[in-house]
Design a protein around this ligand. Structure first.
Ligand SMILES: Cc1cc2nc3c(=O)[nH]c(=O)nc-3n(C[C@H](O)[C@H](O)[C@H](O)COP(=O)(O)OP(=O)(O)OC[C@H]3O[C@@H](n4cnc5c(N)ncnc54)[C@H](O)[C@@H]3O)c2cc1C
Ligand code: SF4
Ligand code: SF4
Length: 449
C-alpha cells in the first residue's frame, strides 16, 4: 500500500466525500451478485431479521462462491455517506483494492478483488459486533456496566514526566503508557496520530517506534486522523507487539478486523500482535474547514492555532501562548456529518479509555480489561503516573454517563439510519443532535411515549 495513497487530503474538508458527488453506480452493477447481496441486506435491515443475522446476507453468498464485495461496500456504506473513515476495509484487503482519500476508501483497483469479502466483514457500519466479541476483548472480572461499556474501574491519571506534561492534551496518560512500553520492550511500535508537517491541526497516521515519535504526536487534533492506516505499516514490516491508539470508530474497526469470522493471515497477525488498545473518548470530530471557521470566530489566523481542547467550550491555544475561547455550539456546525453513524463515546472495545472530562489537567481513565490494568499498574509502580479517585471531581462521571447516553439516544444501528443524501435533503447534518433535537427525535417520539 503506497504512502501517497493513504494521506488524508488536507485541501478537502473531511466527510464531504468526493464519492458522494457522483459515480454511485460506476463500479456497481458490474457484479450482479453484489447487487443481489445488497438487495438481501436491505431487506433484512428493513424487515424482522435480528441485527446479528444481517451478516448472513453476504456470508451466504460467500459460501456459494463469492462476489465482488468492494462493490457492495462502496454502494452501501461509502456512496451513501455513512462511512466513518475507520480504514478497516483498506488495511484488511489482501490485494490492495482501496486507496484512502478525504476520510474514505476509494475503490481504485476493483479488478484486483479476490472476492474474499473481508472488507465487508470488518465494516462496523454494516452490523453490530458478533456475540463472541467480548471473548476477544476479554473484559476484566466482574465488570461494571453503567451504560458506557464494561469496565472494571475508573480513575484520574497524570504523568510525572515533565516532557510529556508539556506536550500532552490532558494528563498525558496515553503518551506515558506508550513511551513506557517502548522503553521496557513490551511494545515495539504504536499506531497513533501524527500531524502534517505544514499544518499542526490536520492528523495523519504514524507507526511510532521511538519516544520522540510519541512525543511529537502527543495532544489531540480535532480533525480526523486515520490512525488505523498505520496498521498496514506494522503488518508490512512485522513490527510487534504494538499498541493502537484511536477514537472509538477506529477501535471498533480494529476489533472487527481482529474478530473477523473470515480468517486470513492479517486477521491472525492482528489477533496475535496487538498488545494494548487505547481508546480516546469522542463526541465528534470536525471537518478541515472548521479550522478556518474557528480562526475567524476567535479573530486570528488559522496557522497561529497551536492546540484545541474542548471543555464544554472550545479552548484554543495560539502559538504565542495566548488562550482564546469560542462557543462549542457555534463550532459544532462544522462537526463531521459522518459522526452521526457512531454510537460509541467511550471506546467500549478498548483495553483502556482516555478522555479529558472532569479534573482539568488529568486524564479520565477507564480500565476495561486485564491487559489495560496491567499496563496501567506497571506505569504507576514505575512512578510514571500519579492517580486520583474519580470522586475528587464527580463531574467527570456525570459527563461520562451523559455524553455516552446522548450518543446512544434513540439511535438505531447505522445500517438503519438515513443516508447523507437523505439528511442533506432534510437540511439537517448536525451529527450530535439529529436524534435528540433534529428529524430523528421527531420520528422517535411516538415509540418513547
Ligand atoms: C477527535 C477527538 C475527539 C475527542 N473528543 C473527546 C470528548 O468528547 N471527550 C473527552 O473527554 N475526550 C475527548 N477526546 C480525547 C482527549 O482529547 C484526549 O485525547 C484524552 O483525554 C487523552 O489525553 P492524554 O493527555 O492522556 O493524551 P496524550 O498523551 O496527549 O496523547 C494523545 C494521543 O492521541 C493521538 N491523537 C491525537 N489526535 C488524534 C486524532 N485526531 N485521532 C486519533 N488519535 C489522535 C495522539 O497521537 C496521541 O497518541 C477526543 C480526542 C480526539 C482526537
Ligand atoms: S470499514 Fe470503515 S473505512 Fe471502510 S467503508 Fe466501513 S466505515 Fe468506511
Ligand atoms: S464521533 Fe465516532 S465516528 Fe466521529 S470521529 Fe469520533 S469516534 Fe469517529
Amino acid at each position: 500500500m503506497s504512502e501517497k495513497n493513504n494521506q488524508a487530503n488536507p485541501e478537502k474538508p473531511g466527510a464531504m466525500n468526493g464519492a458522494l458527488s457522483g459515480g454511485i453506480s460506476a463500479a456497481f452493477g458490474r457484479d450482479g451478485a453484489a447487487e443481489k447481496v445488497r438487495e438481501n441486506f436491505r431487506q433484512m435491515v428493513a424487515g424482522d431479521a435480528a441485527p446479528g443475522e444481517w451478516a448472513y446476507s453476504w456470508r451466504r453468498e460467500l459460501n456459494r462462491g463469492g462476489f465482488r464485495a468492494v462493490d457492495f461496500l462502496m454502494e452501501e456504506v461509502v456512496n451513501s455517506g455513512k462511512c466513518i473513515g475507520c480504514a478497516s476495509c483498506v488495511t484488511i484487503c489482501p490485494t490492495d483494492v482501496f486507496d484512502y482519500r478525504q476520510e474514505t476508501p476509494v475503490d481504485t483497483r476493483t479488478d484486483a478483488c479476490v472476492q474474499c469479502v473481508l472488507c465487508t466483514e470488518v465494516c462496523p457500519i454494516l452490523r453490530p459486533a458478533d456475540q463472541d466479541m467480548d471473548a476477544l476483548v476479554q473484559y476484566g472480572d466482574n465488570p461494571l456496566d453503567e451504560g458506557y461499556g464494561p469496565y472494571v474501574y475508573g480513575l484520574y491519571t497524570r504523568s510525572t514526566d515533565q516532557e510529556i506534561l508539556a506536550r500532552c492534551q490532558d494528563g498525558g496518560l496515553v503518551s506515558t503508557l506508550l513511551t513506557f512500553g517502548l522503553a521496557n520492550g513490551s511494545l515495539k511500535g504504536a499506531v497513533i496520530g501524527d500531524v502534517l508537517p505544514d499544518d499542526n491541526q490536520i492528523g495523519r497516521h504514524i507507526l511510532a517506534k521511538t519516544r520522540e515519535d510519541v512525543l511529537q504526536s502527543a495532544a489531540s487534533r480535532y480533525t480526523y486522523s486515520p490512525n488505523n492506516l498505520a496498521l498496514a505499516d506494522a503488518m508490512g514490516t512485522d513490527v510487534n507487539p504494538i499498541a493502537v491508539v484511536g477514537v472509538p470508530c477506529q477501535i471498533n474497526g480494529l476489533r472487527y478486523q481482529q474478530n473477523s469470522a473470515i480468517s486470513q493471515s492479517m486477521v491472525k497477525w492482528l489477533r496475535k500482535n496487538v498488545a494494548l488498545v487505547i481508546g480516546l473518548f469522542c463526541s465528534e470530530a470536525f471537518t478541515h474547514e472548521s479550522l478556518d471557521k474557528l480562526a475567524e470566530i476567535i479573530g486570528t489566523e488559522r496557522r497561529k492555532i497551536r492546540n484545541i481542547n474542548i471543555k464544554g467550550k472550545v479552548v484554543v491555544r495560539l502559538d504565542d501562548g495566548e488562550v482564546r475561547e469560542a462557543s462549542l455550539k457555534k463550532y459544532r456546525e462544522f462537526a463531521r456529518p459522518a459522526c452521526l453513524y457512531c454510537t460509541d463515546y467511550s471506546a467500549e472495545l478498548a483495553d483502556i479509555g482516555a478522555g479529558g472530562i472532569g479534573l482539568d489537567g488529568w486524564t479520565y481513565t477507564l480500565v476495561r480489561t486485564k491487559r489495560g490494568h496491567e499496563a496501567l499498574r506497571a506505569a504507576i509502580e514505575a512512578g510514571l503516573l500519579e492517580t486520583r479517585p474519580l470522586s475528587d471531581e464527580p463531574r467527570g462521571e456525570f459527563l461520562m454517563k451523559k455524553l455516552s447516553a446522548d450518543k446512544k439516544k434513540n439511535r438505531p444501528h447505522p445500517a438503519q439510519m438515513p443516508t447523507y443524501q437523505e439528511r442533506a435533503a432534510q437540511a439537517y447534518l448536525d451529527p450530535k443532535t439529529y436524534y435528540t433535537k433534529g428529524p430523528g427525535a421527531q420520528k422517535a417520539e411516538p415509540d418513547n411515549e
